[in-house]
Design a protein around this ligand. Structure first.
Ligand code: FES
Length: 599
């Protein structure tokens, strides 16, 4: 199908056109409704909304400022303030800026509950919202301000759809919490791991430093809960939000440093001012999202994700973003990049440090410098500044010699990437493993099957997972259609870590939070709800996960699998109305990004 037939076509003044006074036409889209008097109703509404005079109506570009603001989540609660600063910087140019909000949900608040099913589909709702407002209102450009996991891919997908000059301003990372009772730094994943330690009665104060050891587990968990989130900003480890922001910065879609500049730093406010000049550059040079969303820039995103040890959700989101931008990206590209990029960042969840620590030693631009110099990151890609990525980071310092967060490339934590694409008779359509090497490269154990995550959560809460036998815990009917919504399973994976159940691996057709670690495999395709082999795994089947050979198999013959599938019946959908039902009806499989757009 030709490109022209894919999206609604909007009349736009050709790039390079001039107004009568010789100034460039930057209101290439909005001028359709603001020049002359073909749309008096539109102009009346715009005067009503604050346009002051005819000249501004005729000539000013209209910039949509889309914040994923809502006040009940640290990741999002400050985004309205950032958006107001962005708007003021645009208005100070004499231009029109229109703020609007998109919805978002907090993964950390919904984690482990039925609410988590609504999380992934918000990516599509955010994209739908930004596409809708930009196109319906004839905005000439878009500045989006996301803060929490699904926000980032959602706004980029919206930008790719409307394809008008756009910049993302990341809301920024949260600071680092400190638990007085544990006498250590804590973050949101500490809470999920504490749940396992609480259930297995291993939540105690440290006894190796001569300090107080008298507090009860209730007092300790309360202290962790009160200390883990010390202010505004996205979860502070290399979890999904920071992963996506770092990778998107490496694609050239943000100002340099956006992903590592903390949410509450004065530098974040300065970024919000600078973005007004940058969007002018994008308008003048017609730098559009799709001109930046290329195979090369997606490869940069994958390189950064592997180097940092980023979230497995990145696989899902980059596949979805690439499809939206019509870039050919497949699971095999992830494996190819993983094979060549060393994992070098000692960052939470598997490591010690946080994004706020990385900021102190130069942030993502300094990591980009290292990777460009090594030939791993493509420094020649264009960016929203009008310069190349390499030019953007030139003025940033190199990583200090004595820093310990980013390992040298010749002495990595793992010589290849931590994300492994697995296939086998359990996942013929692919699966995604996060293997940092700390857990070993292969695992064999007997299956213990749970239909839905809550069954496993209950078993863990009752202390029913034994420590004396290698087990592969199988959580199924949690895929994009079956969940529905492909919920994250940090509650279970965190509790396993907290309980120090190192004798288990966890596999699922759902997905994991970026804060998850351990021997975990998700995104199993085909999912159970559509009759994938995971639907017929039985307790006691022996499952082998091998990250060295990229296989995930069960020791059940093909004939036996087919025989079991003959007796399998698809479960009745338990959600038949509302947004989740619509999502389940439309969504593609995880190996194709779990998207609802029609490709
Ligand atoms: Fe928003 Fe973790 S809940 S980034």
């Amino acid at each position: 199908m030709p490109e022209e037939a894919r999206y609604v076509q909007f009349p736009a003044v050709p790039h390079g056109s001039k107004h009568e006074d010789g100034t460039p036409v930057l209101n290439r889209y909005s001028s359709y409704i603001t020049r002359g008097h073909d749309f008096p109703g539109a102009q009346a509404m715009l005067y009503g909304a604050g346009v002051t005079d005819r000249e501004t109506m005729k000539k000013s570009p209209q910039i949509g400022v889309a914040s994923v603001w809502w006040e009940g989540n640290p990741c999002n609660m400050h985004l309205l303030d950032l958006a107001k600063t962005v708007k003021k910087a645009i208005v100070d140019k004499g231009w029109l800026a229109w703020q609007y909000n998109s919805i978002g949900v907090s993964d950390a608040i919904s984690m482990g509950s039925e609410g988590m099913r609504f999380s992934l589909q918000t990516r599509e709702l955010i994209a739908d919202g930004i596409e809708s407002v930009t196109c319906a209102q004839y905005h000439d450009a878009c500045i989006a301000i996301p803060g929490c996991d699904k926000n980032m891919p959602g706004v980029i997908m919206g930008m790719a759809r409307h394809n008008r000059p756009s910049i993302m301003v990341y809301g920024g990372t949260i600071g680092i919490g400190y638990s007085k009772l544990l006498r250590k730094r804590v973050n949101i994943s500490t809470c999920f791991e504490a749940a396992g330690a609480y259930a297995y009665n291993t939540l105690r104060q440290p006894d190796d430093d001569g300090g107080d050891t008298s507090k009860t587990k209730e007092e300790i968990i309360e202290d962790i809960e009160k200390s883990a989130c010390p202010g505004a900003g996205a979860c502070g480890g290399m979890f999904t939000a920071n992963t996506m922001a770092s990778a998107i910065e490496s694609m050239g879609l943000t100002l340099p440093g956006s992903s590592s500049t903390p949410a509450e730093s004065p530098a974040k406010m300065r970024e919000c001012v600078k973005v007004a000049d940058a969007i002018q550059v994008c308008l003048e040079k017609n730098i559009t999202p799709r001109s930046l969303l290329t195979k090369r820039s997606f490869e940069n995103a994958l390189v950064m994700t592997m180097a940092l040890g980023g979230s497995t959700n990145a696989v899902l989101h980059f596949l979805a973003m690439a499809q939206t931008a019509e870039v050919d990206l497949t699971l095999d590209d992830f494996q190819r990049i993983s094979n060549k990029v060393p994992f070098i960042a000692d960052l939470s969840p598997s490591g010690k440090y946080y994004m706020a620590d990385l900021y102190e030693i130069g942030g993502i631009p300094s990591v980009q410098k290292l990777l460009i110099a090594a030939g791993l990151l493509d420094g020649d890609i264009p960016t929203v500044t009008g310069k190349t990525l390499a030019e953007n980071v030139q003025s940033f310092p190199s990583l200090p010699q004595d820093q310990v967060i980013i390992r040298p490339l010749d002495n990595p934590i793992k010589s290849t990437g931590h994300i492994q694409i697995l296939r086998g008779n359990l996942a013929p359509g692919g699966a995604v493993a996060k293997i940092t090497g700390k857990e070993g490269l292969s695992f064999t154990g007997k299956a213990r099957v749970f239909n839905k995550e809550h069954e496993l959560d209950q078993a863990l809460a009752r202390g029913e997972i034994p420590r004396d036998e290698n087990l592969v815990l199988v959580v199924r009917y949690e895929g994009p259609k079956g969940g529905p919504g492909m919920p994250e399973q940090l509650r279970a994976s965190g509790a396993l870590m907290g309980a120090k159940l190192t004798n288990v691996a966890l596999i699922t057709d759902g997905r994991y939070s970026g804060a998850s670690h351990g021997f975990i495999v998700g995104h199993i395709v085909p999912e159970a709800a559509v009759g994938g082999p995971i639907a017929v795994v039985q307790d006691g089947d022996v499952i082998t996960i091998n990250a060295a050979t990229n296989q995930i198999t069960m020791d059940v013959s093909d004939e036996e699998i087919q025989e079991r599938l003959r007796h399998w019946k698809p479960p009745k959908p338990h959600v038949t109305r509302g947004t989740l039902a619509k999502y389940a009806a439309l969504v593609s499989d995880a190996s194709h990004g779990a998207v609802t757009d029609l490709f």
